[in-house]
Design a protein around this ligand. Structure first.
Ligand SMILES: [Zn+2]
Ligand SMILES: [Zn+2]
Length: 182
C-alpha cells in the first residue's frame, strides 16, 4: 500500500487556550495520499508540550481542509468546555486531576485522595464517565449517609458540618439555617 505525504498542510488556531497550561493551541492537518485517496493527518499542540493530540479520537480525517478544521475546532471547544466544567469530588470537594498515562495509553481522572477514579482511552469519555460517577456516588450515598450524619450531628448538639462530605454540606447548611430562624 502506498502512503505518501503530499507536503500540503494547514494550521488553525482555536480560540480556547490549553486548559492545562493556558497557552495558545494550534491544530495542524497534513495531507497524505493512500492509494490515490486524500486524507488528513491531525496534530494538535501547544508550546508546553501538553499531550493534546491524545485528546482527539485517533484516525485520519476526510474532506476539505476547511471542513476538517471546522470539525476539529468544534471538538476542541467541546473538550475545553468539558474540562472546565468537571464536577469536584463529591466526598472532599477537591477538583479532579486529569492526566494521560503513556504506559496505559489511557486518560485517568481521579481525586487525589482516592475517593473516585476513572480511566478511558479518550479524554472526553473519561470526563463524561467522571461526571456519571459523581452523580452515581451522590445517589448511592445520599440517603444512608445523610441519615447517619444528621443523627450524629443532632446527638452532639452542635451544628458542625466539618464531618459531612462536600455534597451534603449544602443541604445541611440550608436545614440548619431554617432551624436557627425558628
Ligand atoms: Zn498546554
Ligand atoms: Zn475526594
Amino acid at each position: 500500500m502506498s502512503v505518501e505525504e503530499t507536503g500540503v498542510w494547514t494550521e488553525t488556531y482555536p480560540k480556547e487556550p490549553c486548559p492545562f497550561c493556558g497557552k495558545t493551541v494550534a491544530i495542524r492537518i497534513s495531507e497524505i495520499l493512500i492509494v490515490d485517496k486524500k486524507y488528513w493527518k491531525v496534530r494538535i499542540f501547544d508550546d508546553s508540550g501538553c499531550p493534546l493530540s491524545a485528546m482527539f479520537e485517533r484516525g485520519l480525517r476526510m474532506g476539505s481542509a476547511g471542513e476538517v478544521c471546522a470539525v476539529l475546532k468544534k471538538d476542541w471547544h467541546e473538550i475545553v468546555e468539558t474540562v472546565s466544567n468537571m464536577p469536584v469530588c463529591p466526598e472532599c470537594g477537591r477538583s479532579p486531576v486529569c492526566r494521560y498515562s503513556t504506559n496505559l495509553d489511557r486518560w485517568i481522572i481521579l481525586c487525589e485522595k482516592g475517593h473516585l477514579r476513572t480511566d478511558e482511552a479518550f479524554v472526553l469519555s473519561a470526563m463524561r464517565n467522571w461526571n456519571k460517577k459523581v452523580g452515581q456516588y451522590v445517589c448511592d450515598n445520599q440517603n444512608q449517609r445523610l441519615g447517619q450524619c444528621l443523627t450524629s450531628l443532632w446527638n452532639q448538639g452542635y451544628a458542625n458540618d466539618e464531618e459531612l462530605p462536600e455534597f451534603m454540606r449544602q443541604s445541611w447548611r440550608e436545614k440548619h439555617a431554617n432551624w436557627e430562624r425558628k
